[in-house]
Design a protein around this ligand. Sequence first.
Ligand SMILES: [Zn+2]
Length: 404
Amino acid sequence: MNGGQIGNVDLVKQLNSAAVYRLIDQQGPISRIQVADTSQLAPASVTKITRQLLERGLIKEVAQQASTGGRRAISLTTEVAPFHSIAIRLGRDYIQFSLYNLGGEELLSEYQEFFYTTQTDLVEGLTTYLKCFIQSHQALINQLIAIGIILPGLVNPETGVVEYMPNITIDNLALAELIEHNFHIQCFVGNDVRGMALAEHYFGASQDCQDSILVSVHRGTGSGIIVNGQVFLGFNRNVGEIGHIQIDPLGEQCQCGNFGCLETVAANPAILERVKKLIKQGYESTLSGIEGLTIQDICEHANMGDELAKQSLIRVGNQLGKAIAITINLFNPQKIVIAGDITRCEDIIFPAIRRNVQNQSLTTFHKNLPIVASEIDKKPTLGAFSMIKRAMLNGALLQKLLED
Ligand SMILES: [Zn+2]
């Protein structure tokens, strides 16, 4: 959390420290002179800031062979191992905890079913599980610097207030403040898909570009838009609700109240529902039945050539492609990343997506535009960690650590 307004002098201090830390993180090992050159800060400021970072243990000096031969130059790199954070992914019926070091390495992860129907249930359950997680891994946890939480819903990422969740009624839940109060540690809260888009940018498939769009197809369908290396946020802070683009005016009713939203066709529950319906109607399929049918089963059978499973997924790819074409026309991204179980059928779904993108977006926008599968889908907590990483890079968390 930002902690509200901070004075100008403090803000400049925070931004300068962040600029130095960011350079060392992204370009290290790097010398103080290079840091001063690239950041355009006065060498004296760089010396002062690096001294503070060294004293706090956030960076370290390494000897590097100078390219000219001669004596070894001293360079700086970040120190990531001793700084730990807890990243939490809250789902509609589960909660997952991971412990990360500052380098983004997942040290351990725990998943459990978690059912909640009210805001009070949610807060009490989350707090209890978190206490439990910290207690049972006390021995492994080094310096705990932050907690990150991502969840399905609309969140003000600056204040950490949850404004809406799709599954329960929420009344301005000040989640970050609550966790900070109970655990005496910085907490960052954000939307799950937007968090994963940032994670994809820091650690995954869109590391090599500044503008990308992550389209996530899980329980719901959403997107996260990265512009200039940052999550694109409007005045109301939540942008990318691709799941509620209407693709069929006569379609099924969506949980949002409208009809024929993308999510009523291209989300795991909708895919399952439709395949079950077709099997019930007597369509032939190698899928044995509707009892216990999963999205993984459908993907597996589609890959083995089952026509019903295959056609169902192509239909999903077509509708996804139409919605993605709209986002391409609006944002002209350098890359589209798709996350979700359906990417197991890349050879079936992606051609359908591409065909629709080609037909419905500007040629200059989709020519040479890579559409790829997520690289971090199997690390669902990485989105929560990415908010912590961002707070280090923009100085919000870094400054707190320096002042400790
Ligand atoms: Zn909707």
